[in-house]
Ligand binder design. Structure first.
Ligand code: CP3
Length: 330
C-alpha cells in the first residue's frame, strides 16, 4: 500500500522561527519573493524541518497585479495593500513579455529549487483569476467584499475585461513556471465562495476551465490542483466542469463529491481545519485520524482546509506529519 503524502498550504511562513528571522531583515515582502536565493531557502525550510512530500514555491498570488503595474505593498500586521483600480485603463499590459519580466526572479527561484528538489515534487501556483480581481478591486483584504460584489454586478463589462487580462497573464506565468521545472501547479481560488449561480459560472468556472485547458495543451504531464475554497455545493459543479488531477477541499463540501472524485480518479487534498492544528491535544489526533479514514478509498494528499496560521505550534505540525506518515490502513 502506498504511503500517504502530506504538505500544508502556506507551509513556508510566519509560524517558523527560521522564516521570521529572514523576514525581519527584509521589510519588503515582495522583495523577498523576488530574491531567488532567499525565496528558495524559505521554500526548503519546512522540508528540512518536517520532511513534507511536496515543496511549494515561496511567492505570493499578488505578484500578478504587481506585474500589471498596480502598486502592491504588504503592511505589517495588516496584510496586502493595493492602490485600488476600477478598469483596465489603470493597468499597463500592452506587452505581456514586459509584464512577465517584472516578476522573472520567480523563475530563477524555481531553477534553484529544481536543482535541489531530489525526489520531492515541486508545486508552483497562482491565484484564481476571480480571487486576484477581488484584491485588485478591494485594494486589500476585506470583510464584506462589498466593492467586488457591486463591481461585477454594476460594471460587468469592465470586470470581464479585467478577468481576460488577468487570465492571459496568469496562463503565461504558469507556463513559465512549468518551463523552469514545477511538477504541479495549484490554483488558489480563495474567494470562490463569494459567488453562486451565473456569477459563479462566469467568474469562477470559466476562467479556471481556461487555465486547465491551456495548461493541459501546453504540458499534459503537469499535475493540476484546483482549490475553489468555499464552493460548498458548487464543488460538484466545479469538478464536473473543470479538469484537474487534484481537488483541494475545505471543511464544507457535499459527500457525493467523494464518489465523483473516485470515478474520475481525481485525488482529494485536505482538509484539516487550521484551528485544530493550532489547538493540538487529543482532538488534533482524533481529527487527523478521521480524515485519514475518510479518504482511505480515494487517492488522498493530506493537507489543511486553508493556510497554516502563524500561531501554530511547531510540535503540532510534527505530530500530524508522524501520524500521517506512519498511518497503517485497517
Ligand atoms: O504555501 C506556501 O508556503 C507558499 C507561499 C504562499 C504565500 N501566499 C506566502 C505568504 C502562498 C501559496 C500564498 C497564497 C496566497 N496569498 C493566497 C491564497 C491562499 C489563501 O490564503 O487564501 C492569498 C489570498 C494571498 C494574499 C496574501 N498574501 C494575504 C491576504 C497575505 C496577508 C495575510 C497572511 O496570511 O499573511 C499575504 C502575505 C503572505 N503570503 C505571507 C506569506 C508567507 C506573510 C507575509 C509576512 O511575512 O508578513
Amino acid at each position: 500500500m502506498n504511503k500517504k503524502r502530506i504538505w500544508l498550504m502556506r507551509q513556508a511562513g510566519r509560524y517558523l522561527p527560521e522564516y521570521r528571522k529572514i523576514r525581519k531583515k527584509e521589510p519588503n515582502f515582495l522583495d523577498l519573493c523576488f530574491s531567488p536565493i532567499l525565496a528558495a531557502d524559505i521554500s526548503l525550510q519546512p522540508i528540512k524541518r518536517f520532511d513534507f512530500d511536496f515543496i511549494i514555491l515561496f511567492c505570493d498570488i499578488l505578484v500578478i497585479p504587481y506585474a500589471l503595474n498596480q502598486k502592491v505593498t504588504f503592511k505589517k500586521n495588516h496584510g496586502p495593500l493595493l492602490d485600488p483600480i476600477s478598469s483596465i485603463k489603470d493597468l499597463s499590459y500592452k506587452n505581456m513579455n514586459q509584464n512577465i519580466n517584472k516578476i522573472s526572479p520567480v523563475f530563477e527561484t524555481i531553477n534553484i529549487l529544481n536543482q535541489k528538489k531530489a525526489e520531492k515534487n515541486l508545486i508552483g501556483f497562482c491565484g484564481g483569476v476571480f480571487t486576484v480581481l477581488n484584491y485588485m478591486i478591494e485594494g486589500g483584504t476585506s470583510k464584506t467584499h462589498s466593492k467586488i460584489k457591486s463591481f461585477i454586478k454594476l460594471e460587468k463589462r469592465k470586470a470581464l475585461d479585467l478577468i481576460q487580462i488577468i487570465l492571459e497573464l496568469t496562463i503565461e506565468y504558469l507556463k513559465k513556471q512549468i518551463d523552469h521545472g514545477v511538477d504541479y501547479i495549484q490554483v488558489f481560488e480563495s474567494w470562490a465562495g463569494l459567488l453562486d449561480n451565473e456569477e459563479y459560472e462566469t467568474f469562477v468556472i470559466e476562467p479556471n476551465k481556461q487555465i486547465s485547458k491551456k495548461i493541459r495543451e501546453y504540458s499534459p504531464e503537469t499535475k493540476i490542483i484546483h482549490f475553489p475554497r468555499g464552493s460548498r455545493k458548487n464543488y460538484i459543479y466545479f469538478l464536473n466542469e473543470v479538469e484537474c488531477d487534484v481537488i483541494s477541499l475545505d471543511n464544507n463540501y457535499p459527500e457525493e463529491l467523494l464518489k465523483i472524485a473516485k470515478e474520475k480518479k481525481i485525488i482529494i487534498q485536505g482538509n484539516l481545519n487550521p484551528l485544530d492544528l493550532v489547538n493540538g491535544g487529543p482532538l488534533l489526533q482524533k481529527k487527523t485520524l478521521e480524515i485519514l479514514e475518510k479518504f482511505k478509498d480515494v487517492g488522498h494528499i493530506f493537507n489543511l482546509s486553508h493556510g497554516i496560521l502563524p500561531e501554530t505550534p511547531i510540535e503540532n505540525v510534527e505530530k500530524i506529519v508522524n501520524l500521517v506518515k506512519n498511518y497503517e490502513y485497517t
